[in-house]
Design a protein around this ligand. Sequence first.
Ligand code: PHE
Length: 442
Amino acid sequence: MTTRWLGYRPIAKVFSNRFLLPQISRRIAPICQAWPCRNLASLNTPAADDSVEILGQRFPRDKNTNVTTTITAKTARLLHRQPNHPINILKRRIEAHFENYKVVDSMNPAVTTQQNFDSLLFTADHPGRAPTDTYYINSNTVLRTHTSAHQSEVLKTREAEGYLLTADVYRRDEIDVSHYPVFHQMEGLRTFDRKNLEAEAAVNVAGTSIKGAVLSETNPVQLAHTTREAELVDQHLRHSLEGMVRDLFREEKDLEIRWIEAYFPFTSPSWEMEVLYRGSWLELLGCGVIQQKIMDDANNADRVGWAFGLGLERIAMVMFDIPDIRLFWSSDERFLSQFSSGQIVKFQPFSKYPACYKDVSFWCNEGFHDNDFAEVVRDVAGDMAEDVKLIDKFEHPKTKRVSRCFRINYRSMDRTCTNEEVDKIQDEVRRVAATTLGVELR
Ligand code: PHE
């Protein structure tokens, strides 16, 4: 089982003990009373505003609110529906492959914790719920962290046998060329009549990378399924995905594919698919046989099914040769004009502007999380921040306080910045970090 990666960015893995520190988010929560630090300056949020607006809908803030306007502003962009945008071109390619699947692409990004976690059988203490990783609009509402949040409601409609649901998803994360707090996922769902499974789901797996029985101690068949049922659904799933990926990467003859056992609370057995692309293994998607309880709860007790979730940026970056994830958000014509509907072309980089590195060091309180600092940088510097690296960590031998030093690489996507301009941003990053995170600058 792999640990954690970055392609479709699985949220179902256990990271660290971050979840034990739920107060972290409150430090940048504008109206939070719980954090006893000096000035609770909010990040980009008018102090008097006691609600968060998402696509015209207002949600009351509470002590768990950690979303900022820099992030909520992205909900209006809908890159996956913008014609001639690489994300839309890729989306349509996959939709064309899965011909008879119903296309769903306008679900609201504000979902309940019930939708995002409980309906998918995440336990109450699952690390995926941690406010260091998830944007909370308030205690009961989050910006969806994955498209699986809509599985139940889509299944409940019983409108089709197959669905392709594309949406923008939101995660608090580190900053570098392949991580952005918003990205796009496509969820595939397919269900079968349990009584007619043999006829509906049987596929010929000869010539694919699907080997061996699905039964394994670490990747088990659900108690609710017979081994044959699980095998049929699992093979239909992986057969379908191999077909889709071979179609997408049709230029790469003999594309090598491998299946890695995975774990998600909402599927079993579960897999991640990797492809060998230009010498390295790329993790493209997570998938598995849907937990029967989810099917039952969604008024589908007579059916069995599979689901997958893939990260569109990850695939688009390799297919279009796009080197930096921030480019997808660019409104620069030199980027946008290179793409047109239905065509997969290689991006021709326009000049890369000079990088400007600035370091910041501070003493941290217990419970400090690197993602909290990343959030400050995102909020102050926006897309000027290309990456943020922790370059030094030091524990004071006597006081045991920990000092961290981060190196921020500032680089605009469309122009050269003056040192003076970057200094101003850096000063603001320092100021906001000190006032909202309660760290002591060095
Ligand atoms: N939602 C999962 C993630 O984002 C991916 C997934 C979707 C896995 C559907 C299994 C089934 O990590």
